[in-house]
Ligand binder design. Structure first.
Ligand code: PSU
Ligand code: MN
Length: 305
């Protein structure tokens, strides 16, 4: 067992027995949603994964360890403690060695899941190439992680706070397949549309499981983006959210927000500007991703090696 990892009993047993496990991130809890919706979401998502035949492993950093699975008390700590740091690839060495608490981003959760041997990960949206990246060079470390870490990431696409076209170009350059789960159009988080296509559409969890196995059998290291549109009943219209996003981007520009603070700032501004409607959509899509991820984890675990 890896010296920096600790497991809950539930996850440890599942991994030993080769049962399906789904990784979950903590940045979405600590920096992506307000309390108490964040803790409610975190617990519901875990239950959805169990109801669909897999074991949830929410990942976070505490007391010098990467925790693979968190108990209720720890989840509550991630949901309420304002000192929790946002941890991506570059932050592991300092956060672990200093004993600070760290919430893992998509990139960091992929790294931890890979160390633990978990191949399926459910989240809301991944980071990407920011609008204006041609001058700011703001490109999420999530994309470089997807280029080389063997984890399938189920998400609702990327938010249009990002440059979706350039994000997809970047993923293509890095050899990361972008799957549309029951869709031909790449979703844009709050909406089912983006105007951009996916690389290929798959309709069944078994098909996704086969694609994952084939990629890694071929030693084509790296992740796969499995994009799963928000259920129609909870979707927002592209035009409705676009004006809000432009306002949030302008505010970030005026306040000179940079680095790791950009994404949390934009998420919070959008939430305020839509008076909570975006939060409801956000929660609905995460739950749906958890359900689909659990089904994919079951299918992936059921394949012959
Ligand atoms: N997008 C969302 N919600 C989130 C994030 C992104 O809709 O909570 C979080 C994820 O943890 C993602 C991170 O990995 O933000 C990306 O941050 P950055 O852009 O700083 O790489
Ligand atoms: Mn960034």
């Amino acid at each position: 067992m890896h010296q920096y990892l600790t497991y809950t009993e539930e996850v440890k047993k599942a991994l030993e027995m080769g049962k399906p496990v789904v990784a979950l991130e903590t940045t979405i809890i600590s920096h992506g949603m307000p309390y108490p919706q964040n803790i409610q979401m975190a617990k519901e998502v875990e239950q959805i994964i169990r109801n669909n035949g897999a074991v949830p492993a929410t990942i976070g950093i505490m007391n010098g360890k990467i925790k693979i699975g968190l108990n209720d008390e720890e989840l509550e700590e991630f949901a309420t403690n304002e000192q929790v740091e946002k941890v991506s690839r570059r932050d592991f060495p300092y956060i672990l060695s200093s004993g600070k608490m760290g919430a893992t981003t998509v990139a960091a959760t992929m790294i931890a899941a890979d160390l633990a041997g978990i191949r399926i990960f459910a989240t809301g949206g991944i980071g990407g190439v920011h609008r204006g990246a041609e001058t700011t060079m703001d490109i999420s470390a999530d994309l470089t992680e997807l280029a080389h870490t063997n984890v399938g990431v189920i998400c609702a696409g990327v938010k249009s706070i990002l440059d979706i076209g350039r994000t997809l170009e970047y993923l293509e350059t890095k050899g990361v397949p972008v799957v549309g789960f029951k869709t031909e159009e790449f979703p844009s988080f709050y909406s089912r549309e983006s105007g951009f296509g996916v690389d290929f559409r798959l309709d069944e969890p078994e098909e996704v499981g086969k694609v994952l196995k084939t990629k890694w059998d071929l030693k084509l290291n790296g992740g796969i983006v499995i994009s799963n549109p928000v259920p129609a009943a909870h979707a927002m219209y592209h035009d409705q959210i676009e004006s809000v996003i432009l306002e949030a981007l302008q505010k970030a520009d005026e306040l000179k927000i940079t680095g790791k603070n950009v994404t949390p700032f934009l998420l919070d501004s959008i939430k305020q500007l839509t008076e909570g409607k975006s939060l409801e959509t956000n929660i609905a899509l995460v739950k749906h991703n958890a359900e689909v991820a659990a089904k994919i984890a079951v299918a992936y675990a059921g394949q012959k090696s």
